[in-house]
Write a protein that binds this ligand. Structure first.
Ligand SMILES: [Zn+2]
Length: 293
């Protein structure tokens, strides 16, 4: 029996629909008549998923029998994934020694720019700016621009330039803990906090579609490296982000690259931990550009 999965993608016969199905909202009868066999992994893999509702009403998805191999290598629902995570982490650690921070920043900015177009088009009432046109500017474009590699072999040769997977903040769950990915979405609110020691840290909370909780977590590492001029500046940065959010009539987007980590005990949801100012964009603004706002 596979892992419990809570989101799935729905593709209809004409391959037009690209809806996300949340297991809690799915009715057994609708599944049997409409969705059965047409739901696939939320991470974009070919593997199909099936729906189960227990007698007590508990609902979940799991990988379709015999299709476990169809999950991509980096997918948290891949059977092999859990065993590999330790080795991957070690590789990531060695890669991080001479990782190309500017390369990451450049790619995140490109993604941020295409996201801005997407979100603005969504809000626009003008039918000329249809969403069809915009969909083509999404992930696919960037993936091609990035490097288009999916095999582990190529990784080794591209030292310092990790492949970046982009995912919508709404679909990040505890299943993603341990993955290093770029997550994008819309800011709900910003919090600055202080430890009893006086050290500052901060959160940016994402707005999500299904009440899942995801925060961008800025730990001390964020302002203790060569791209930051220290804690004082970090506090100003967070204040500016808050101002941008509060003064904006449109949704303010954020894209952040980092590891998905557990929240503290008893707190709901997960964090994406960002360790460098090069790894976050607010709208399409870099850390330095936010400070100059
Ligand atoms: Zn998958």
């Amino acid at each position: 029996m596979g892992k419990r999965i809570i989101f799935a993608k729905y593709k209809d016969d004409e391959n037009k629909s690209n809806d996300t199905i949340y297991c809690v909202n799915l009715e057994k009868n609708d599944y049997d008549t409409k969705y059965k066999g047409k739901l696939t992994c939320i991470k974009g893999c070919k593997a199909r998923v099936k729906f189960t509702e227990r007698k007590n009403g508990f609902k979940f998805f799991s990988t379709w029998n015999g299709e476990g191999e169809l999950h991509d290598e980096g997918c948290p629902y891949s059977v092999q994934y859990r065993g590999k995570i330790g080795r991957k982490k070690l590789e990531a650690f060695y890669r991080a020694i001479d990782i190309d921070e500017d390369g990451i920043a450049r790619r995140l900015r490109n993604k941020a720019i295409s996201l801005k177009k997407e979100y603005n088009a969504d809000e626009s009432k003008d039918p000329v700016v249809g969403s069809n046109k915009v969909e083509n500017i999404g992930d696919g474009n960037i993936e091609v621009e990035v490097e288009g590699n999916s095999s582990g072999e190529e990784h080794k040769e591209r030292k310092g330039s990790p492949h970046i997977n982009y995912e919508d903040a709404s679909y990040i769950t505890a299943d993603d803990i341990g993955r290093t990915i770029a997550v994008y979405g819309v800011i709900d609110n910003v919090q600055f906090c202080e430890e009893t020691s006086g050290k500052g840290y901060a959160y940016i909370n994402f707005k999500t579609k299904f009440n899942t909780t995801l925060h961008v977590m800025f730990a001390e590492a964020f302002y203790s490296n060569e791209y930051s001029r220290g804690e004082e500046e970090f506090r100003r940065y967070i204040e500016k982000v808050e101002l941008i959010k509060n003064n904006s009539l449109r949704e303010v987007t954020v894209i952040a690259y980092g590891e998905i980590t557990k929240k503290k005990k008893r707190e709901k949801g997960v964090n994406i931990t960002v360790i460098s100012p090069k790894r976050i964009f607010i709208n399409e603004l870099s850390y330095d550009e936010v400070l100059r706002q």
